[in-house]
Design a protein around this ligand. Structure first.
Ligand code: NAD
Length: 407
């Protein structure tokens, strides 16, 4: 398995090979400002005590407070968190919001915990990192396996410790606890605005066949949004496997089915397929929306999609990028395609700081405008430089970050 932090550094160096940043700036951005690890004890339901490994990486704050989600996953480790934190640094600069990059996590399969244990673990994460986070220092958010309910527990724990009740320390909270309208679907919605901005430019039809890997927050909302807009979701997957229905999956029914059964597998009218088959399906758009390192040297040449839109972070390795670029398959990179999530998180933070509550219409109008503008920037720059979209997005971000670094 590729080390995701090495992939992220490779992407940084590839962009630098075109822009030639000051070598000192490249050095600074090749290291996180700070990485903090904690061992957090939790009393389990059976009375035993368990210690969990927890992380917060504060990668770079040249453009504003550190910003980035918290992942609960059994494979989460410091290299994954560092990679995600570097990507956050780039992403916030790509969409030009006044935030830096960070990320956090715990090595845990949360499905193995009871709700009480999960709440204790989430509150313990905040106690471990309370000194280094805050509305003007570092603002966490949800990521894989962390929900608005978990963000609510975390925000509540932070206000108990510090007395700060603004809610501006955590985004992705439930709406009745200071969350923003639209945050739940913002990642997928932002990705859709990116897609709509470029659909005709990359010669995709008005109604596309779409394949989505991962049916969680990002993936299931993408399925809803794309299908409501008249596109056909022909295949999707989750950690238990993948399904296909070439005539199109009924997404409303699939969501109900997954809620009851716990997986997309066995959905009536669909056929179970392997992950290899999912990635090799002929389609217009392939949306990875699960984890990193999914499109690699091993499967990049089998991909039959006309375009890849990365809602997941880091799904494509640098070697796979080269193969796809040579084959003329555009990859709309994570640092642009999934930036709708952090953009609406930024809106939530702003609302909390000003004690305001914006309507959903206002949130999506602002989001659409920002995503359209930055998508055009990334595409135009890629054409000018005759390079791929990832290098182009990184170059735009690095130029913006560089302005705020004093040597
Ligand atoms: P989630 O936990 O809600 O969903 C993850 C989904 O991926 C689940 O359906 C899970 O079953 C599936 N999955 C896990 N392993 C898989 C595998 N090997 N094969 C197929 N499916 C698998 O998480 P999410 O928030 O939707 O995050 C998904 C991706 O999107 C991550 O890379 C995350 O960093 C990225 N992302 C999320 C947000 C956000 O706001 N939630 C924002 C930006 C980027």
């Amino acid at each position: 398995m590729n080390n995701p932090f090495e992939n992220a550094l490779e992407q940084l160096q590839r962009a630098n090979a075109i822009t030639s940043l000051h070598p000192d700036i490249l050095q600074i951005l090749s290291h996180p400002n700070r990485e903090v690890r904690a061992s957090i004890p939790v009393r389990m339901d059976d009375g035993s005590l368990k210690i969990f490994e927890a992380y917060r990486v504060q990668y770079n704050n040249a453009r504003g407070p550190y910003k980035g989600g918290i992942r609960f996953h059994q494979n989460t480790d410091i290299n994954e968190v560092k990679a995600l934190a570097l990507w956050m640094t780039i992403k916030c600069a790509v969409v030009n919001i006044p935030l830096g990059g960070g990320k956090g996590g715990i090595t845990i399969d949360p499905k193995k915990l009871s709700k009480t244990e999960l709440e204790k673990l989430s509150r313990a994460w905040i106690r471990a990192f309370a000194e280094i986070i805050g509305p003007h220092k570092d603002i966490p958010a949800p990521d894989v396996n962390t929900t608005s309910e978990i963000m609510n527990w975390m925000n509540n724990e932070f206000s108990k410790i510090t007395g700060d009740t603004s809610g501006a320390v955590i985004t992705g909270k439930p709406i009745n606890a200071g969350g923003s309208e639209g945050r739940g679907i913002a990642t997928a919605q932002g990705g859709f605005y990116v897609f709509e901005t470029v659909r005709e430019k990359i010669a995709l039809p008005a109604s596309c066949n779409v394949v989505i890997q991962g049916f969680g927050n990002a993936g299931a909302h993408a399925a809803e949004i794309w299908s409501k807009a008249g596109h056909k979701i022909i295949a999707t997957s989750d950690s238990k496997g993948a399904i296909l229905n070439s005539a199109g999956l009924d997404i409303t029914e699939l969501e109900k089915y997954k809620k009851v059964s716990g997986s997309v597998i066995g959905f009536p009218g669909s056929k179970t397929i392997s992950t290899e088959e999912l990635f090799a399906l002929e389609c217009d758009v392939l949306i990875p929306a699960a984890l990193e390192n999914q499109i690699t040297l091993d499967n990049a040449s089998q991909i039959q999609a006309k375009c890849i839109l990365e809602l997941a972070n880091g799904p494509t390795t640098p070697e796979a990028d080269d193969i796809l670029f040579a084959r003329g398959i555009p990859v709309i990179p994570d640092v642009l395609a999934n930036a709708g999530g952090v953009t609406v998180s930024c809106f939530e933070w702003e609302q909390n700081l000003k004690n305001e509550h914006w309507s959903e219409t206002m949130v999506f109008e602002k989001l659409q405008k920002m995503m359209q503008t930055e998508t055009m920037n990334v595409f135009t720059r890629a054409q000018e430089l005759k390079t791929d979209l990832r290098r182009s997005a990184f170059i735009i971000a690095l130029e913006r970050i560089k302005k705020n670094i004093t040597l």
